[in-house]
Design a protein around this ligand. Structure first.
Ligand SMILES: NC(=O)c1ccc[n+]([C@@H]2O[C@H](COP(=O)([O-])OP(=O)(O)OC[C@H]3O[C@@H](n4cnc5c(N)ncnc54)[C@H](O)[C@@H]3O)[C@@H](O)[C@H]2O)c1
Length: 437
């Protein structure tokens, strides 16, 4: 039997042993998905605290309940560890480590490289390696393939390699791992077929593309599409501001067209690990090919300018109340980058806090999910307990994240002035004066 045939047999049944590297927002739900499908999963993470929590049957990702982790750890289907040696018998290994930007806002592949180096020592014939981290087109070919070849293995015969970008949307109650189709690009047709067999355990539909580079590009096109459209909606808000009309009204009316228009809405700026970051990976790669990704660069520029625009709106709103930003008490409601999660990565709240504090404002915040916040100057803020008194003492309440737990009627009833970047208070009647974006 060839290694391919053996792997086909193993991955077609629940006897397969799967390794997942990186137990974060992506890796943990993926590992849990495989384990709940009956596979045996080894989940490797360098963060000892995370592994300790998982081994104790606990969870730190809101989409994965502690009960689910506990059941899988107890049954032995999920084995969290920091020891790469545990991957020595894995049939398939998914790499789900983070891909941030470095201080120059360029791709930082440190985590992928480190994971590959650690994995390299435990590589064995007859295994499938899948890169899941979002990264620039060419990463699998430039980084994963050489690591395998340096060990003397032949791709497509001894070891199989593919890319499949994760599409998970933390906090999304409708689309999770199972019902979000997954795009796969293998180095050879055999690599693609094996990846398909693996994912079919946990995902309803897999879509094959011609190569890992194509699959990497699919992921970046998806996220660049969102960044470009969100930035356009933000520019529409700025244009409407000049015209003295309401951007939401315009976008909602445009969306009544049954074809050819897809609504995106303004906000304080797109945050998170993906939308503001991933397109920069593509733009960077294009620069190495002497091409300028103009839409992406412009969209990033607008996105990065949104916190300044929000602070401008706050300044104007206070000015209309005959108040200066300096010494004004500004209360931010919600600081996470999107509703109902605790994720602060690339949240526009961080530069907004920074800009307001530079102008001398006394900034307070409340967030159900973020009890403590480390701001850009390194200091720490603590979420103020939500109360009527908190709203009343603020010169300006700024709605930054529309967590569903907020009662906007209550907020509008007890605040004086609201800058609403999420358009959640616009139609609520109460004492507050409300300023939109
Ligand atoms: N978070 C999302 O919504 C989302 C959605 C789709 C795709 N992605 C992509 O998926 C990838 C992972 O993102 P995430 O949000 O899960 O990141 P994360 O920071 O939540 O998790 C990454 C984990 O990898 C671990 N890690 C880092 N280096 C390691 C190493 N060498 N060995 C073992 N473990 C290591 C970290 O300790 C961490 O727990 C990124 O490329 C991201 O762009 C994220």
């Amino acid at each position: 039997m060839t290694h391919y045939e053996t792997l086909v047999e193993r991955l077609s049944t629940q006897t397969a042993h799967v390794g997942v590297i990186g137990a974060g927002y992506v890796g943990l739900p993926l590992a849990v998905g495989f384990a709940e499908a009956g596979l045996h999963v080894t989940l490797v993470d360098m963060n000892a605290d995370k592994i300790k929590m998982l081994c104790a049957g606990d969870s730190y990702i809101p989409d994965v309940t502690p009960e689910r982790v506990q059941a899988l750890v107890q049954s032995g289907h999920l084995r969290p560890t920091s020891d790469y040696a545990q991957l020595a018998a894995a049939d398939a290994i998914s790499i789900c480590v983070q891909t941030p930007l470095d201080i120059n806002r360029e791709p930082d592949l440190t985590f992928i490289r480190a994971a590959l180096t650690s994995l390299s020592a435990h590589l064995h014939v007859g295994s499938l390696i899948i890169l899941e981290s979002t990264t620039y087109p060419g990463t699998t070919v430039e980084h994963v393939v050489p690591m395998v070849q340096e060990r003397g293995f032949v791709i497509g015969d001894d070891i199989f390699v593919a890319f499949s970008g994760e599409r998970i949307d933390p906090g999304n109650a409708h689309y999770g791992l199972r019902n979000t189709p997954k795009v796969i690009g293998g180095m050879t047709p055999a690599c693609s077929r094996l990846t398909e067999l693996l994912y079919e355990h946990a995902i309803d539909r897999v879509v094959l593309v011609s190569s890992p580079t194509a699959a990497e590009m699919v992921k970046l096109v998806e996220n660049s599409f969102r960044l470009v459209n969100i930035s356009f909606a933000n520019e529409v808000a700025m244009m409407c501001g000049r015209l003295g009309i309401n951007a939401r009204e315009i976008i909602n009316a445009a969306a009544t067209k049954p074809f050819g228009f897809m609504p995106f809405y303004p906000g304080p700026g797109a945050g998170g690990h993906c939308i503001p970051v991933d397109p920069v990976y593509l733009s960077w790669k294009m620069r190495t090919l002497n091409y300028s990704a103009r839409f992406i660069d412009l969209a990033s520029e607008i996105n990065n300018a949104m916190p300044h625009y929000v602070v401008e709106r706050i300044t104007e709103a206070l000015n209309d109340d005959e108040k200066a930003v300096k010494k004004a008490r500004v209360l931010l409601l919600g600081v996470a980058y999107k509703p109902d999660i605790d994720d602060m990565r690339e949240s526009p709240s961080l530069p907004i806090i920074d800009l307001l504090r530079h102008k001398g404002a006394q900034v307070m915040y409340h967030d159900f999910f973020v009890p403590v916040l480390r701001v850009e100057d390194g200091t720490t803020l603590t979420s103020a307990p939500y109360s009527e008194a908190l709203l009343q003492q603020a010169d300006c309440v700024v709605i930054l994240t529309n967590h569903h737990k907020y009662d906007w009627r209550h907020v509008v009833e007890h605040s004086r002035l609201i800058v609403d970047t999420r358009n959640v208070a616009a139609n609520v009647v109460g004492q507050a004066r409300i300023v939109g974006l």
